[in-house]
Structures are given as C-alpha cells and as structure tokens.
Design a protein around this ligand. Structure first.
Ligand code: SME
Length: 176
C-alpha cells in the first residue's frame, strides 16, 4: 500500500519568500502523494488543480483543459467559471497545443487572440501535456499580476506536468 496522503497537512510549511524551486518541489511531492494508489483521472486532476491553487501564490485560476474531439474542453480547475471550449491554435491555451510548447505570457492584453475568460487575468502560463506525439491536455495558470511568472515557475510547472503525463490515465478523460 502506498503511504496515505494526509489532506489536513498544513500549507504554511514554507515562508512566503521561500525560493520557488523549494515551493515547486513541495508541490510535486504533495501531488505525488495525492495521486498515489488512486486511478480515477477526474479525481486526480481535481486534486492536482486544488494543490496548485493552494500552493502557488497570486493565482486567480489554475486547472486543466482536456483534448476532446480535436478541441480543448475545460476540465478540473479552481477559480471562477471559465470558457468551456477552445479551438487548437486559438488563445494562449490553443497556441500551446498547436506549438506543443509552453506559453509564458507576461501580459495577456498584449497577446494576440488571448481569450479573456476573466478580465482580471493579466499574466498566464500554459504547459502542454503530451502522450507520445499527441497533446492530451494543458495545465493553465492565470494571475492578476502582470509578469507574475518567470523561468522558475515555468520549470516547476513543466516538472509537475511531466509527473502528471506519466501518472494520469488520460484515456478516461480525453479522446482524439
Ligand atoms: N486565457 C486563456 C483561456 C483560458 S482561461 O485563462 C481559464 C487563453 O487565452 O487560452
């Protein structure tokens, strides 16, 4: 049996100014613990989104868009209700899929075609999640603070996305 995750474990284990790599190492550990021994993809993505939102400061939205029938459909997330469907190539999320590359946007108001689900959002980080050659989902974070995300955030969230690519049974929640 894998060790049981303790959902009551405190979030105040790091000082507010802890180095970002330390914060992302903790995030990845906690998500690993949440997923251990659980095979339900929706449950696992919901808890992963909640953990990101709880541990990464200054976010107003964090969660997943899932590839279904050739377009992105909103999946488990934390934050205000969001746009449901995004075409590949559209907005920051659709661009991440089309280019199969992380999009780090300092100010979404300067990103051509940005989809404003919430006008408060100013900075965005979108990491594609792939299975072999196919992108199956994106991990999307929004912040009200312009230039909120940097190379450390990108590295930490790409690491988390790699963990999730391997640990989630994507066939339960996506289709080509
Ligand atoms: N801003 C995104 C849409 C998704 S929301 O941020 C949750 C985009 O341009 O793709």
């Amino acid at each position: 049996m894998p060790p049981m995750h303790d959902p009551s474990a405190s979030y105040d284990v790091l000082p507010a100014d802890a180095p970002k790599p330390e914060r992302y190492a903790l995030l990845r550990d906690r998500v690993r613990g949440l997923l251990a021994g659980e095979g339900d993809a929706t449950a696992n993505l919901a808890n992963a989104a909640a953990e990101v939102f709880a541990l990464v400061p200054d976010l107003n939205w964090a969660g997943f868009y899932l590839m279904k029938g050739g377009e992105l459909v909103v999946g488990p997330f934390q934050g205000r209700p969001a746009c449901v469907r995004i075409a590949v190539g559209r907005g920051v999320c659709g661009t991440a899929v089309a280019e199969r590359a992380t999009q780090l946007v300092d100010d979404v108001q300067a990103f051509p075609g940005h989809i404003a689900c919430d006008p408060r959002s100013r900075a965005e980080l979108v990491v594609p999640i792939a299975q072999g050659d196919a992108v199956v989902a994106v991990l999307d974070l929004d912040s009200e603070r312009p230039r909120r995300f940097d190379a450390d955030d990108r590295a930490g969230l790409e690491g988390l996305a790699a963990d999730l690519a391997a640990a989630i049974d994507w066939g339960q929640v996506t289709r080509p």
